[in-house]
Ligand binder design. Sequence first.
Ligand code: TYD
Length: 138
Amino acid sequence: MSITNCKIHDLPKVEDRRGNLTFIEQEHHIPFQIRRVYWIYDVPGGQIRGGHAFKQQDEFIVALSGSFDVVVNDGEEIQTFSLNRSYYGLYIPNGIWRHMENFSTNAVALVISSTYFDETDYIRNFNDYRQWLKVAKK
Ligand code: TYD
């Protein structure tokens, strides 16, 4: 449950004068089994997404287009990762509070998840997160 475990991963980049190509392979580039992929797009200027933690879900976030910031918080420290290249991915293990902000026009956030969608896996209130951490860290 420490933000020191949140890491930017370099993804393969196949450069080509016809346009570049990047790919992701489960377990080679992402340290978990992929169960779900979703993407966030058409974000109006100034909007914030996220603002929660997951009890089980690990995730990997890529700025497929445009840019945005991912702010991670483990209840003790806060770190901001600026994603602005489609060949970088941010790994966030479970148990980390996070939100996304500063979306550029036409930004697309690809999120690769280790779990199927499950609303009960969310902690949506920061005080609840703090309480959950006390138990989870025991
Ligand atoms: P949420 O994860 O809260 O969005 P964000 O973290 O970007 O602010 O999801 C928003 C809504 O979409 C919420 O009602 C749950 C629903 N949802 C699904 O049905 N399936 C999914 O895979 C995801 C990620 C969200």
